[in-house]
Design a protein around this ligand. Structure first.
Ligand SMILES: *Cc1c(COP(=O)(O)O)cnc(C)c1O
Length: 378
C-alpha cells in the first residue's frame, strides 16, 4: 500500500524531545523554539519569526495585529483551506472570494482590483502547492489602495518568488507545520513579521497579553499584563520534533523536488497526448514540491481514477470544496465576479502521494497505474 501522506521523520526527533524533557523545559519558548525561530529568520530574511500552535493561529494573530474590524472585507481565493477565512470571520470580517488562475490555482491577480470596495481592508494570497502568487502585482495593488497583505504561506516554506522567501512580502506571513506539511511538529505553525514596529505587540499577543518575552530576554525584572492576548506558543517538545527537520531542510527539500520531477517526467507523455494536465511553475517561482497534483477531464473521470488507484493500494486524494459553496462560506462570505475556474478546476484536481521517504520506485508504480487507467479508457 502507498499512503497519501506520511509525517516527516528524520530520526533525530526522539533524541531532541528527550533533550527538551531532560532540560526540564517543556513549556513554550525553550531552546528548541529559539533555534527554530532563528532558523526561520535566517532562512527567510524576515525581521522576526515566532513559532505558533498552528498556521490557523498564526493567521488569527495576524488578523488581530492588523486590527481587522467587523464588516471589513478581506479578499482571498475560495479555493483554499478553511483557516484562511476563519481567522477573519472570527473577528466579524467578510471574506470576499475572488476567482483563481487555472495554471497555478492561485488568486487571479488580474481580478482583485474589481473586488475592492471602500470596506476592503486587506488581501490574503494563498501560495497553493508552495507556488507563489503574482506578488509584484498584489503588493502594488495593496500599496495603491492602502490595504494590508497577510500571506497564507502554509504550504510555502522554502519557496521563493523572484528570489525572495514566501511569507516575507506582506505585513505578516503564516507557515504551517501540521503533519501534512513539508516540515512538521504534529500541530504547529509560525508567524513571520515584516516590520520592526509590529514585533513587540505580536510577542505580547502570543504570550497571553504579557511582556514575558521581554522578561525572558532579561530586558525587564518582572512580567505583567500589558495588552490583550491569548496563548499561541507551542510546547518546546513540539519544537524539538520540528528542529530535527529544519536542521535537514535542504535534504528534505531536494528529496521532495526529485520525487516531484520524477512524477512530472513520467506523466509528461500523458499530458502531451492530451489525457491530463500537470502543474505549472511560473518562471519567477522556485517551489518546494509541497504537492504533486494532476488535472483530469472532469469530476467523473477523477472519481474513476481515485477508485482505480485505490484498487492498486495507492491513496490519492482531492481537496478544497470551494469555500464560497460551503455552508459557512454562504453564511459569512461572498464571491465577487464570475466563478470561471474555482469550481471547475477544483473538481478536476487530484493529488498523488507525496512525502519525505516516498521512493522513486513507488512514484514509478503510481505513474504506471495512472498510464494504465488512461490506456484502458481510450
Ligand atoms: C495546512 C493549511 C492551513 C492550516 O494549517 P494549520 O497549521 O493546520 O492550522 C492553512 N492554509 C492552508 C493553505 C493550508 O494548506
Amino acid at each position: 500500500m502507498i499512503n497519501f501522506n506520511v509525517p516527516p521523520f528524520t530520526g533525530k526527533e526522539i533524541e531532541y524531545i528527550r533533550e527538551a524533557v531532560e532540560a526540564q523545559k517543556i513549556c513554550g519558548d525553550g531552546q528548541f523554539t529559539a533555534r527554530c525561530n532563528r532558523w526561520l529568520e535566517e532562512r527567510t530574511g524576515t525581521k522576526r519569526a515566532l513559532l505558533t500552535t498552528s498556521c490557523t493561529h498564526a493567521t488569527e494573530m495576524a488578523a488581530l495585529l492588523v486590527k481587522v474590524k467587523p464588516g471589513d472585507e478581506v479578499i482571498m481565493p475560495s479555493y483554499t483551506f478553511v483557516s484562511t477565512a476563519d481567522a477573519f470571520v472570527l473577528r466579524g470580517a467578510v471574506p470576499v472570494f475572488v476567482d483563481i488562475r487555472p495554471d497555478t490555482m492561485n488568486l487571479d491577480e488580474k481580478k482583485i482590483e474589481a473586488a475592492i470596495t471602500e470596506r476592503t481592508a486587506g488581501i490574503v494570497p494563498v501560495h497553493y502547492a508552495g507556488v507563489a502568487c503574482e506578488m509584484d502585482t498584489i503588493m502594488e495593488l495593496a500599496a495603491k489602495h492602502g490595504l494590508w497583505v497577510i500571506e497564507d504561506a502554509a504550504q510555502g516554506i522554502m519557496s521563493t518568488y523572484k528570489g525572495k522567501a514566501l511569507g516575507t512580502f506582506g505585513e505578516f506571513g503564516c507557515f504551517s507545520f501540521h503533519e501534512t506539511k513539508n516540515y512538521s511538529m504534529g500541530e504547529g505553525g509560525a508567524l513571520l513579521i515584516r516590520e520592526e514596529k509590529d514585533i513587540e505587540e505580536a510577542e505580547i499577543l502570543r504570550e497571553k497579553g504579557t511582556n514575558r518575552s521581554k522578561f525572558h530576554r532579561g530586558q525587564i525584572d518582572k512580567y505583567t499584563w500589558v495588552n490583550q492576548g491569548s496563548s499561541y506558543l507551542p510546547s518546546d517538545m513540539n519544537a524539538a520534533y520540528l528542529w530535527a527537520q529544519l536542521e535537514m531542510a535542504e535534504e528534505i527539500n531536494s528529496a521532495r523536488l526529485s520525487l516531484w520531477n520524477n512524477y512530472y517526467e513520467r506523466l509528461l507523455p500523458l499530458k502531451e497526448a492530451g489525457y491530463l494536465e500537470l502543474p505549472v511553475i511560473p518562471e519567477s517561482c522556485v517551489h518546494n514540491a509541497h504537492m504533486f497534483y494532476l488535472k483530469v477531464k472532469d469530476i467523473e473521470e477523477r472519481t474513476a481514477l481515485i477508485e482505480k488507484l485505490k484498487e492498486k493500494g495507492i491513496m490519492a486524494v482531492f481537496h478544497y470544496i470551494p469555500l464560497h459553496s460551503a455552508p459557512a462560506g454562504l453564511k459569512f462570505g461572498r464571491f465577487h465576479g464570475e466563478d470561471v475556474y474555482t469550481t471547475r478546476e477544483s473538481e478536476r484536481l487530484l493529488r498523488l502521494p507525496m512525502y519525505y521517504g516516498l521512493k522513486g520506485e513507488q512514484v514509478e508504480e503510481i505513474c504506471d497505474a495512472v498510464k494504465e487507467f488512461f490506456e484502458r479508457r481510450s
